[in-house]
Design a binder for this molecule. Structure first.
Ligand code: GCO
Ligand code: MN
Ligand code: MN
Length: 392
């Protein structure tokens, strides 16, 4: 990529990938791996070759296999650390694999078995230590196996209590060890479980105030997850932002209603991707932008690099479109027409007082006249299309 290309990413963009994303060998429920399994250090080298990447995130077992010996562990850590240095790549986020091993077949923090629950917390404590060794500041919780196929098997109220108990314990652990983590919860409606508890970002936003340390907890919404369920992802992110709880974000793409596709960001839903980037830009989101996606199964190493570059390029192109949108006179004048303020009424409804209530009841608000005011949303939306297609 030429230096003069305005869409060339730099570490200042805070783009990150996962060992499990660019390192994904393309195995699916119907077919074997199509790409060789790369060592963690090789994945970091691949990201270095892609260029402009800020960081690489990992699950404990992406880095250290669950059955690694102490010698193997030491060796892997050494070569991973060297690869991070060599490629000037950081490891800003870490997480626990609480879904892959058979022990988690019925959940981790919400398992019906107290020994499994204890093991899940223990495994997370060790993974938090591992994350700290590489400088991770955000710790993600995605409860892939926290769910059920049949509600005969688990009490969903007890599941919420167990999850809260585990998180409260781990928050205190982070505090007592001075780890300084911020926790980010990632919702998903289903897959791999028939139904996963805390199915949407809003579920976690509702849980957080009930935790022992709500201030250190936020969310890590993923584009594909609300979209799978046919919901508007942008609105979930907006609510998290409004609450000051958007600690991290997983970017990818997904056709509504399909299985978890983990497509390259922006590859399918141009318009939703645009409004997401607009939301993040307009509200000054400064956190990591993690591409939690997989290259198509047909991709070889070279094409995986194209996939990584494409993810970042798409984000930057959409950022430039946002800038255009915000500067476009026609669009802005339409927006001004649509957003009609009334200083006097605004004051009245801002907060309740007996006087305000009395004045509001007396206000002359004619519903027929109000309904007649024009709302040129067709015109506005077409301008968005023209802008995105590059003819504006
Ligand atoms: C998925 C999830 C995962 C998580 C990851 C980090 O649907 O598979 O998005 O990729 O993001 O486990 O918590
Ligand atoms: Mn996902
Ligand atoms: Mn994710």
């Amino acid at each position: 990529m030429a230096k003069s290309d305005p869409f060339t990413p730099t570490p200042a963009d805070r783009f990150t990938f996962g060992l499990w994303t660019v390192g994904n060998p393309g195995r699916d429920p119907f077919g074997e791996a199509v790409r060789p399994r790369l060592a963690p250090a090789e994945i970091v080298d691949l990201l270095g070759e892609a260029g402009g990447v800020y960081g690489v995130n990992f699950h404990d077992n992406d880095l250290i296999p669950i059955d690694a010996s102490p010698q193997e562990t030491a060796q892997i850590k050494k070569s991973f650390a060297a690869a991070l240095r060599r490629n000037k790549i950081k490891a800003p986020m870490a997480t626990t694999n609480l879904f892959g091993d058979p022990v988690f077949k019925d959940g981790a923090f919400t398992s019906n078995d107290a020994e499994v629950r204890a093991y899940a917390i223990q495994k997370t404590m060790n993974a938090m230590k591992l994350g700290k060794e590489f400088g991770a500041k955000t710790y993600v919780f995605w409860g892939g196996r926290e769910g059920a196929e049949s509600d005969a098997t688990k009490d969903p109220v007890v599941a919420v209590e167990r999850f809260r108990e585990a998180i409260d314990f781990l928050c205190d652990y982070s505090i007592s060890e001075k780890m300084g983590y911020q926790f980010a919860f990632e919702a998903k409606p289903n897959e791999p479980r028939g139904d996963i508890f805390f199915s949407v970002t809003g579920s976690y936003l509702a849980l957080i105030p009930s935790l022992k340390h709500p201030d250190m907890c936020g969310v890590n919404p993923e584009f594909a997850h609300e979209t799978m369920a046919g919901l508007n992802f942008v609105h979930h992110v907006a609510q998290a932002l409004e609450m000051g709880k958007l600690f991290h974000i997983d970017l990818n793409d997904q056709v509504m209603g399909r299985f978890d596709q983990d497509y390259r960001f922006g590859s399918n839903s141009y318009k939703a991707a645009f409004f997401l980037v607009k939301l993040l830009s307009d509200y000054g989101y400064k956190g990591m932008k993690h591409f939690d996606s997989h290259a198509y199964r047909q991709a070889d190493r070279k094409d995986v690099i194209a996939f990584a570059r494409g993810s970042m390029r798409t984000f930057k192109i959409l950022e430039s479109k946002v800038e255009r949108f915000n500067k476009d006179r026609k669009i802005q004048s339409l927006l001004n027409k649509i957003h009609r303020e009334n200083a006097k009424l605004g004051k009245l409804t801002k907060s309740f007082s007996k006087a305000n209530a009395k004045a509001l009841l007396a206000a002359d608000l004619n519903r027929v006249k109000l309904a007649r005011k024009p709302l040129p949303y067709e015109e506005l939306d077409q301008l968005v299309f023209d802008l995105l297609m590059g003819v504006r």
